[in-house]
Design a protein around this ligand. Structure first.
Ligand code: ADP
Length: 160
């Protein structure tokens, strides 16, 4: 069974993330989107908020599920008996970071195979950190995040 996990912060989920999820859903028999909950990191959206946004956005994909993970990803994968770890790459900078991360994960668990999926060109410049910055200045986010995420960002920044 080709089952893969797609881990990340998704703070917030962007059109780039959703594109990777949709493409991966047609390759793997099962895909689990794993929302990272790292106590050392400061997130704009809680893990539950991030999970609920992604669940809503992928609800038509019957082979995709969403979960929250506050442990090391390799431990989660071992527990769930998943061997494929999917990561998206936008360019060389992402690749060099992702490559190191995959080496680290392979050192921790040699059974894990990291698979990289390149971004679609239209999502090349989209990253969650720039989206948050843009949203904090009330910038136009259309095309970069799904409308429900744009709305959630607006709510966050107006109530801050
Ligand atoms: P992290 O928390 O590890 O920095 P994110 O939560 O932002 O990563 O993203 C999760 C995964 O999605 C990572 O593999 C990241 O490279 C990938 N990703 C983020 N934005 C895009 C995009 N626009 N196109 C393709 N992949 C992306």
């Amino acid at each position: 069974m080709l089952k893969a996990a797609f881990p990340g912060s998704f703070d917030p989920p962007t059109s780039g993330h959703i594109n990777i999820i949709q493409r991966a859903a047609s390759i793997f028999e099962e895909l689990v989107v794993v929302i990272a909950e790292n106590k050392q990191k400061k997130y704009l959206f809680s893990a539950e908020e991030r999970a609920s946004m992604i669940s809503e956005l992928i609800k038509d994909k019957k082979n995709v599920s969403v979960t929250i993970c506050d442990s090391l990803i390799v431990d989660y994968l071992k527990k769930e008996k998943i061997k494929l770890l999917l990561r998206g790459v936008r360019g060389l900078e992402d690749f060099s970071y992702e490559f190191e991360l995959s080496m680290m994960n392979r050192t921790l668990d040699p059974d894990i195979e990291t698979i990289f999926m390149t971004t679609d060109p239209e999502y090349f410049v989209i990253r969650s950190s720039s989206i948050k910055e843009l949203a904090s200045f009330n910038g136009n986010l259309s095309g970069m995040v799904p409308p429900l995420v744009a709305k959630a960002l607006k709510n966050k920044y107006t109530n801050m």
